[in-house]
Design a binder for this molecule. Sequence first.
Ligand code: RB5
Length: 147
Amino acid sequence: MKITIGNDHASFELKLFIKAELGKMGFEVRDLGSDSEKSVDYPDFAVPVCREVLAKKADYGILLCGTGLGMSITANKFKGIRAALCNDLFLAELARRHNNANVLVMGGRVLGKSLALEILKRFFTTGFEGGRHQERLDKIIKIEEGN
Ligand code: RB5
């Protein structure tokens, strides 16, 4: 599975940890995030990750910032991106089962590393249920097309 990851300064340390863990789990990881704790603007790092997911160069994206809020807001501006801010395990599971999320967002100033790892594992081991949930996603597609 191919994952493209993006982060800002507030989540640089979490990014390093997640990248290493994804590698151990056998994922192919492309890092388009910031490479230090020097202050940067999170939208600049959300955009290339979303483009890779939409171009199918990545199966999923991971976006990290301080809270996860800025990355979520930015990513969900893209037609076809379903970015889910998952700061707990229940959200990680439902983001996949019900929302078929294609971008996992987490907050580096919110989560400890061990919980972030559990969230990551739950997200990538949970499938989409389809059915009525697909019908709801179809409505979102119509909204995107109308805007
Ligand atoms: C950066 O200070 C912070 O605002 C950013 O990482 C993020 O939390 C924004 O939503």
